[in-house]
Structures are given as C-alpha cells and as structure tokens.
Design a protein around this ligand. Structure first.
Ligand SMILES: Cc1cc2nc3c(=O)[nH]c(=O)nc-3n(C[C@H](O)[C@H](O)[C@H](O)COP(=O)(O)OP(=O)(O)OC[C@H]3O[C@@H](n4cnc5c(N)ncnc54)[C@H](O)[C@@H]3O)c2cc1C
Length: 485
C-alpha cells in the first residue's frame, strides 16, 4: 500500500487542487496535513485577523475531508523538520503541495525539497493562473507595467478547466495510523493551534463572513448573478456591496483564480467577448496575479521600495501619535476614519478607501508605507504579502506601475466623489450621523457652535499644508535615477 502526504497551505479547498488530485492518482492512502509554522520570520507570520479566518477555514476543511472518508492531520512545528520525519515514519511514496510565491515560503520550500530527497516531493501550480517564472516580456525580462502584462495574459485565459473535487479520499489504515502514535507526530486539536486571540474581539468580526470553500463558491455565484453587471459603475462606491469580497477566500485558497475566471467565462472562449463588468472583474483578478509576479521577480519589494530613490525619502521622524490616530480612525478626516474603523470591525476595507487611507498615511502624515503595510497585515482577513506590498508601493509611488508621488489624493474630494451622500461615513463614524451632506466630508467647516457640539476630533494635519510638505519631501529625491540596484 502506498502512502502520500498532501500538505495543505494556502489552498484550503478540495476542488481544483492539483496536489490532492496527483496524490490520489499515485497513492492508496492519503495523509491530509496542515502544519502551523510558528517559526516563520515576520514577513511570513500571519496577522491576528487572518489567524481567526484560518482557524475557521481549517475546521471547515477538516469537515469536508471527513465527509469524504479522511480528516485533517494538524501539527505545530517547523515543516523543514516535521515533513522528513513524517515521510520516514510513514515510508511515503510522495509528498504533494501547491506552490506559493512569496520569498519566505519559497526559501523554506527549497530547503524542504532538499530534505525530502528520496520521497518524491512534488509541487503544483494552483494558486495562480500562470507560473510567474514563465510570464516574462518578449526580451525575457519581468513586467513592471500592468497593461502589457494584461494584454499578454488575456489571450491565454481561462488557461485550462478547473479540476473537480474528489468523491472519496482514502484515509490512512489503522496500521499506518499506529506509526503516528509518536507524540510529536500525533495530530493536535484545532484549538491547540492557538489561532484565536485570548481576548475575543474576533467574534463580531468573523460573524460578518461565511468562511470556507462552499461559502466561496456561493459568494462567487451570487456576485456573478447579481452584481458583476454593475461592477464597472459600483466598484468604486464604498457604501455599495458592488465588489465580490472574494479576497480572503482567494488568499486562503478556498477558491482558485482558475475557478473564478472559468466561471465568469463559461462557454465564451475569449475575454474580449465578456460584458464590460465581467471583463473588469477578470482584470482585477489578474492584478492579483501581477502582484504575485512582482514579488516573485523582485522579492525584496515585500518590504523595500522597487524605486531605489525612496530609500532616501525624508520620512517624518517621530510619528507614533499620528500613526495611532490613523490606526484607530481618529484623524478627524471622516473618509479616513470610516475606512480605518471598517477595517478594524470587519477585517476588510473597500479598495478605493484602501488607496485613500494609504495616500493619507504616506503623503499627509509622511509615515513610511511599511508601517501601513504592517497594520494592514495584522488587521485584514485578506492580508496577502504580494497584494499588500503592491498596494502600498502603488500608493507610495515606489513600486511597479505606481501612482506618481506628486498625485496626492485629497480625502475630502475623494469622499465627495465616491461617498456623495455620506452613507459610508455615517455608517462607520456615527458621531457625524446628523452632519448635513455639505459638511459630512469636512466637518471642520461647520459653523463653530455646531462644530463644538460634535464628539469628533479636529483634523490631525492641515490637508493643504501637509500636501505641500509631501511635495517638498519628494523633490529631494526625484532627480536621482529610479532603479539603481
Ligand atoms: C494599500 C492597499 C493594500 C492592499 N492590500 C491587499 C491585501 O493585503 N490583500 C488583497 O487581497 N488585496 C489587497 N489590496 C487590493 C484590493 O484592495 C483588494 O484585493 C480588494 O479590495 C478586495 O476586495 P474584493 O474581493 O471585493 O475585490 P474585487 O473588486 O471583487 O476583485 C476581485 C479580486 O481581484 C483581486 N484584486 C482586486 N483588486 C486588486 C488589487 N488592486 N491588487 C491586487 N489584487 C486585486 C482580489 O483578489 C479580489 O478578491 C490592497 C490595495 C491597496 C490599495
């Protein structure tokens, strides 16, 4: 009887899972495994909100595996040590996993492959549509600009049909299980992974979501049935449920990008034949792909600027108080505070508002983008090394295809344009509930008596003065060359 290990990572699903399918073809018994690696360096560490999602997602995956005759074996430790030990004890025919592309995981996986020599470790493409190593320009250099990248990829979509979920997964026989009686290799309970916080702030946050593979499919179906036709018009309106909210499902691999693109395309063979809303939606999924390509090709950009001029950017020196006000949604700028409070309460923030709060942190407060990236990493349920770094570097102007630094979002105008009636601000900043629309995005302009009666802070910084300071700071680096090393 041949035994295979399927190591689940950011692919917490049974459908369209090539590692699982390959193992099923080659092995008679399957150990479905999750290893909680607490040892990963800071960049690999999962933030608090994501840990909560992970806890629930692993529980649901276990349930799905059990319904097919298997179960999830959970271990805590360093996979570089755990996997070879398991492989030896079980005398496995193969170890199977789906690839991740962030530098911390890539480095770790390289070590694991070496340590598993003789046990046939195989890794598969599952979390992206295409292999980053193969997605290069004609001159074999990596893309730094999205539009040509998109034009190149769109002709290749959907890029193959997704794999169906298996009907049955053969569990380990009792005899094989006995070999795992060693304390270190015995499965721990979900609670023993200690993913939930001690002080339970997470319950109201996670209650707003339906986690897991089944929920991801339902969400996609509902979005494609009801919302995608309006996506082009609605996707920038933060008070509207106009986007898919699939990002945490995609991050944890509860659904694959290939499943999404195939479902959107249906029988249509080209992206050009999709409706405009569908086309834009597929393009956004390819932005995610672009982000993963960037960190694969430029691994240092997870925490360092791609544009090397920014290494010398004159950031503010002491910014602890301003950073806390931003994190807590107490800057006195309504659209910023609404976004930061939405983030804390739900583990998610609308894309338009992510861009606005990022611009405010970087350009109005002159706080290094890495601080914002870190806070998002801890508080987002979709926190993703690649998309987060790209989003922050885009806002800073230091990344690939980024907004130029001199384009500073005016949060009042952004609010007036995308939250015209103030619905989003009133939802998240109830102190401003009765402020008239005319002042909802600039309550500091209310008549003094009305202003005084509000329990809401004055603006942390003057928007015009701070914008000017940002432009002056930028002028100190702009003449240097962009990609020195
Ligand atoms: C400063 C900043 C930080 C960000 N951090 C993250 C992050 O940690 N994780 C994350 O998944 N996204 C991040 N984004 C991108 C984007 O905001 C979210 O992917 C999007 O808001 C998720 O909501 P949705 O699923 O409803 O998106 P939809 O509009 O429905 O888009 C569908 C999918 O496309 C992908 N996508 C959409 N926009 C982008 C984008 N700009 N970049 C990359 N992928 C995109 C996502 O996977 C998303 O689920 C960040 C953006 C900014 C500006």
């Amino acid at each position: 009887m041949s035994v295979g290990i399927v190591w689940f990572r950011q692919d917490l699903r049974l459908a369209d899972n090539p590692a699982l399918q390959t193992a099923l073809k080659q092995c008679d018994e399957i150990l479905a495994l999750y290893i909680h690696d607490t040892r990963l360096g800071t960049l690999g560490q999962i933030g608090a909100a994501s840990q909560v999602w992970l806890h629930h997602s692993l529980g649901l995956l276990d349930g799905s595996l059990q319904s097919l005759g298997s179960c999830l074996h959970r271990l805590v430790g360093d996979p570089v040590e755990v996997l070879p030990e398991l492989a030896k004890v079980l005398d496995v025919t193969g170890v199977f996993w789906n690839r991740c592309y962030d530098p911390v995981t890539l480095e770790r996986d390289k070590q694991i492959k070496q340590s598993l020599e003789g046990f046939e470790p195989t890794s598969h493409l599952a979390n992206l549509l295409f292999e980053p190593v193969k997605t290069l320009k004609k001159d074999n250099t990596p893309y730094r600009v999205f539009t040509p990248y998109w034009k190149n990829l769109m002709g290749e979509l959907p890029g193959g049909a997704p794999l169906a979920a298996p009907r049955k997964i053969p569990a380990l026989t009792i005899e094989t299980q006995k070999r795992l009686s060693n304390k270190k290799l015995k499965s721990v309970t979900l609670e023993e992974l200690e993913l939930l916080p001690e002080r339970d702030w997470s319950e109201p946050m996670i209650k707003q979501w339906a986690v897991g593979e089944k929920a991801a499919k339902i969400r996609l179906k509902s979005f494609l049935t009801n919302d995608v036709k309006h996506y082009n018009n609605e996707r920038d309106i933060p008070s509207s449920a106009g986007t898919s909210r699939l990002s945490p499902h995609l991050h944890f691999g509860e659904i694959s990008p290939r499943q999404i693109v195939s479902e959107v395309m249906g029988k249509r063979r080209s992206v050009a034949s999709l409706q405009i809303g569908e086309q834009t939606f597929v393009k956004e999924v390819v932005w995610r792909e672009f982000a993963h390509n960037l960190i694969y090709q430029f691994p240092h950009t997870v925490d360092q600027p791609l544009d090397t001029r920014y290494k010398n950017f004159p950031w503010a020196k002491r910014y602890g108080k301003a950073l806390r006000a931003w994190q807590q949604g107490q800057t006195g700028v309504p659209i910023i505070d609404a976004g930061m409070r939405e983030l804390y309460a739900t583990g998610w923030m609308h894309n338009r508002i992510r861009m606005v709060v990022a611009s405010y942190l970087i350009k109005n407060l002159l706080i290094p983008w890495q601080e914002g990236e870190r806070w998002f990493r801890d508080t987002l349920v979709d926190a993703d090394v690649a998309s987060n770094a790209m989003g922050w570097q885009w806002a800073a102007g230091s990344g690939a295809d980024a907004a130029p630094f001199f384009r500073v979002f005016n949060p009042v105008l952004q609010g007036e344009k995308f939250d015209r009636e103030g619905d989003y601000v009133r939802r998240w900043v109830p102190e401003l509930y009765s402020v008239p629309n005319k002042f909802i995005h600039k309550p500091w302009e209310l008549p003094p008596d009305e202003r005084k009666s509000l329990d809401y802070p004055p603006p942390l910084v003057d928007l015009k003065v701070s914008r000017q300071a940002a432009l002056e700071a930028f002028s100190t680096i702009k003449s240097a060359s962009k990609y020195k090393n």
